[in-house]
Write a protein that binds this ligand. Structure first.
Ligand SMILES: *[C@@H]1O[C@H](CO)[C@@H](O)[C@H](O)[C@H]1NC(C)=O
Ligand SMILES: *[C@@H]1O[C@H](CO)[C@@H](O)[C@H](O)[C@H]1NC(C)=O
Ligand SMILES: *[C@@H]1O[C@H](CO)[C@@H](O)[C@H](O)[C@H]1NC(C)=O
Length: 234
């Protein structure tokens, strides 16, 4: 009797676990970075855990949801790449703060956060991203990212700023707050090249560059509305 009882309890927990695991909204499976080794202590390097979580989500069937919960996580270079053939949309919800690793050797390809070859990315969650201490690295890059949305995140540069968009089609940026320190080198906020249909709205960009949204070669159908382009102050 006792054995059967314990078995039933375990079984109940198993189903409870499954139920919690799949509560990501719209039936998406949730992949929590803390289950892949990320630690919200602000000093453990988390890039590898982030990328391992991403790979698991990208390989999964159906919509998937990568979650970076509340807390401060430190990360060097992290590349989130596709294609993710079965998992559209793929949501990256960042509730916490991502702090760039001050160790310059953590940036072997001179990127910080890069999204590549993706269709149906949704980046959201009220996150704050605090960029790398040296200006030689782009803050965040979107390369060949289609039909995607970036919304409601704060980006704080520690030495200039540049959000780079290239080779992409149909990208919406909404409710972004981008700031750089007062004495940082002036840089453009968002740099767009070889991309079509980029819509930017309800954004504050305070990076001190001549242009908050710079349309470079091959940028077509770019709409920037309600972009508040102001002097650096962070
Ligand atoms: C997606 O499909 C391409 C080409 O069919 C394949 O090379 C790639 O490995 C697939 N990616 C995933 C994550 O399944
Ligand atoms: C994104 O769109 C471009 C141009 O339409 C296409 O060549 C590319 O394969 C698409 N990439 C993905 C990951 O869907
Ligand atoms: C652009 O991408 C969004 C989000 O994936 C999608 O809902 C919309 O239909 C796409 N628009 C076009 C013109 O492809």
């Amino acid at each position: 009797m006792a054995l059967v009882g314990r078995f039933e309890v375990k079984f109940a927990f198993f189903f409870l676990g499954l139920a919690l695991f799949s509560c990501g909204g719209q039936g998406a499976i949730v992949f929590d970075v803390t289950k892949y080794g990320a630690k919200a202590d602000g000093q453990t390097e988390c890039a590898q855990a982030f990328v391992q979580t991403w790979i698991a989500a990208c390989k999964s069937m159906g919509p998937s949801h990568v979650l970076i919960p509340r807390g401060t996580y430190m990360s060097g270079e992290a590349i989130f790449w596709g294609p993710c053939n079965h998992s559209k949309p793929i949501t990256l919800e960042v509730q916490g703060t991502i702090l760039a690793n001050p160790d310059t050797s953590e940036y072997p390809n001179s990127h910080w956060l890069r999204f590549e070859n993706l269709d149906g990315l949704v980046l959201k969650g009220g996150a704050t991203f605090k960029g790398p201490p040296t200006s030689s690295r782009h803050f965040m890059e979107f390369d060949k990212v289609n039909n995607s949305i970036v919304q409601g995140v704060n980006m704080v540069s520690r030495n200039g700023f540049e959000l780079q968009i290239s080779g992409s089609h149909n990208l919406t940026l909404q409710n972004l707050h981008i700031t750089a320190p007062k004495n940082s080198p002036s840089t453009d906020g968002i740099h767009i090249s070889k991309s079509n249909l980029v819509t930017i709205s309800k954004c504050t960009i305070a990076t001190g560059g001549k242009k908050c949204v710079y349309e470079d070669e091959g940028a077509t159908h770019i709409t920037a509305s309600t972009v508040n382009c102001i002097a650096p102050h962070a």
